[in-house]
Design a protein around this ligand. Structure first.
Ligand code: IPE
Ligand code: IPE
Ligand code: MG
Length: 236
């Protein structure tokens, strides 16, 4: 593909509605969504993306019923363990972004192991946004900046975009090229606020549990038609 994005992020939305439309409990939608994660991740690596970032749990999702929150974390733990073979086979390095110290310890453990196991994989990076909030990420980076200024490691004049970007959760990630949201909503829901400044946006009506390889190809084809200017007049 001529203009392939380096880094794609997806707001995986619509699991609950997918289940409700079938008369099933919402958690069945989350379970079906895990199948999409597997298929889309494998396909993204095959297509040659450098990084795929998936919004799996937001800092606001704690507001949901305890039962659903508990199910989501158990599902994530299971995913992190069961996908190890698949990640290794496809050369995928797994990382996470968010306030990881605040997620349930049984998920932190599985995450640490999968991270270590896949650390040397080079085909693609899969970043799971877990207990992630865009505002929280900027606050956490600002705190680190303030701490560095306070201890004299940085002067006030050295505080610039690069200094803040260097203190985000994943400073070495490739620039975000494309944000996809499924299930027909047109909002950002506190995802990647800093990184979105010049990303292309694509929303699709398909709910996440129905989103598969051909849907990823469709958004990649859409991206290839975009003219990115970054405020200037030069074509990409
Ligand atoms: C996305 O699906 C999954 C998470 C937010 C964890 P939803 O659970 O938000 O599904 P809808 O939006 O209620 O259909
Ligand atoms: C965003 O979806 C969070 C994830 C996909 C993990 P939500 O379903 O939580 O977003 P809102 O509440 O509709 O904005
Ligand atoms: Mg939703």
């Amino acid at each position: 593909m001529s203009s392939l994005p380096r880094h794609v992020a997806i707001i995986m939305d619509g699991n609950g509605r997918w289940a409700e439309a079938r008369g099933l409990p919402r958690i069945k939608g989350h379970r079906a969504g895990a199948e999409s994660v597997r298929a889309v991740t494998r396909h993204a690596a095959r297509r040659g993306l450098e990084q795929l970032t998936l919004f799996a749990f937001s800092t606001e999702n704690w507001k949901r019923p305890r039962r659903e929150v508990g199910y989501l974390w158990r599902l994530l733990r299971r995913y992190l363990i069961e996908e190890r073979g698949e990640l290794m086979e496809n050369g995928i390095r797994l990382i996470a972004s968010g306030r990881i110290a605040e997620i349930p310890p049984f998920v932190q453990d599985a995450l640490a192991e999968t991270r270590q196991l896949t650390a040397a994989n080079r085909k693609m990076t899969l970043c799971l946004a877990l207990n992630y909030g865009g505002r929280t990420e900027i606050v956490d980076a600002a705190r680190r900046l303030a701490a560095d200024v306070a201890r004299g490691a940085l002067t006030l004049e050295q505080v610039d975009e690069a200094a803040l970007a260097a203190r985000l959760y994943q400073p070495e990630a490739p620039p975000l090229d494309l944000l996809v949201r499924t299930a027909g909503e047109h909002r950002v829901s506190n995802f990647l606020l800093w990184q979105l400044s010049y990303a292309e946006l694509c929303t699709v009506d398909t709910p996440w549990p129905d989103f598969r390889e051909e849907d990823l190809d469709a958004v990649l084809a859409d991206f290839a038609t975009r003219e990115r200017r970054f405020g200037g007049l030069v074509r990409k």
